[in-house]
Design a protein around this ligand. Structure first.
Ligand code: SF4
Ligand code: MG
Length: 327
């Protein structure tokens, strides 16, 4: 399976107002390299504000990178993305209620992209809309429904059907089940897995929820303050996290054996306005040493796993008292 979509050296900056007079550029995404193989589901995790939604918007073409490039089937994507390239990468949002037009029936919602991208001739649109609905577990009864007549789970299925209408190769799902009840979310996750299996779809699945990522994804990338700090197969990363930040996130996942959720990441939440020197995680890292505040960590590799840390896989190294640990 070749690489379907990827980003190389991706940087996304945008201006922010600081106080009354000042403007500064903040770096929401900083030199990210990520590639997805065909039919792969990659989970992108991290705290809110870490840059994962910005990365998603760039991948689907809703925002432009400041530097670096996006590759689709190995071909660099131009900054003004042609409609044919746009068609191949589709997005599903967290809230289908606001992404669906409240005055349009499901048929009208599905007909629009079919018509715009000339997927089928006019006389076949209704038939194709019905096929799309059946593909996502809905049917004829929903064809003439308005969004308010559907449940949250049904609305998200319609949003998925609309994304599938243009026959994309890549789906980007940004917190696509975060607003749904657990059982409904589980059913939508099963649908995504099933669509990957049946259509060979490639999925970039953005989530703050590691338990969901563990159940759904093949690989996982962990983002912190605009950087990918760890990446690898889900099985390896969950069994042997190499980065202290990944370990802290995993400790916070409630498990059956441990009812109490673990501690959240201590210290101040990250702000892209104040990127620390050296390793950007050092002010919050339980394993930081003086070196960490001074120099950028190199990439460490183990099999298919890569980790940006001076002491990857060495929690026993844990900070001497003079380390840069803050309360
Ligand atoms: Fe922690 Fe240092 Fe590794 Fe950064 S480089 S994650 S501060 S141990
Ligand atoms: Mg977000």
């Amino acid at each position: 399976s070749g690489r379907v979509i990827g980003v190389e050296g991706l940087v996304v900056e945008y201006p922010v107002r600081v106080g009354f007079l000042h403007r500064r550029r903040v770096r929401a995404v900083d030199a990210v390299d990520l590639h997805l193989g065909r039919g792969e589901i990659l989970g992108l995790v991290g705290e809110s504000g870490c840059g994962k939604s910005t990365l998603a918007r760039v991948v689907v073409g809703l925002a432009s990178p400041s530097a670096g490039r996006i590759l689709l089937d190995g071909v660099p994507v131009p900054s003004r993305r042609p409609p044919e390239m746009r068609r191949r990468v589709q997005m599903i949002y967290q809230d289908p209620g606001s992404s669906l037009n409240p005055r349009r029936t499901v048929l009208q919602t599905l007909a629009e992209p079919l018509r715009r991208h000339r997927i089928v001739p006019a006389e076949e649109i209704e038939g194709r809309a019905l096929e799309l609905l059946e593909m996502v577990g809905l049917g004829k009864r929903q064809l003439s429904a308005l969004p308010r007549e559907l449940s949250g789970g049904q609305r998200q299925r319609v949003a998925i059907a609309r994304a599938l209408a243009v026959e994309p190769e890549v789906l980007v799902a940004d917190e696509a089940v975060a607003a749904l009840d657990a059982s409904v979310a589980g059913a939508v996750l099963n649908l995504l897995r099933d669509l990957r299996d049946r259509l060979g779809l490639t999925v970039l699945f953005i989530s703050h929820d590691l338990a969901t990522v563990r159940g759904l994804c093949d690989r996982v990338a962990v983002m912190y303050m605009g950087s990918v700090v760890e990446e690898g197969p889900v099985v390896e990363v969950f069994a042997r996290p190499g980065h202290p930040y990944t370990r802290v996130l995993l400790d916070a996942v409630p498990s059956r054996s441990r009812r109490q959720p673990g501690v959240a990441v201590r210290g101040e939440p990250p702000s892209p306005l104040r990127i620390p020197s050296g390793c950007r995680f050092h002010p919050r890292c339980p394993d930081a040493t003086a070196l960490c505040g001074e120099s950028n960590p190199p990439e460490a590799r183990r099999n298919a796993q890569r980790v940006m840390c001076h002491f990857a896989w060495q929690p026993e190294h844990a900070a001497e008292p003079q380390g840069q640990v803050s309360a």
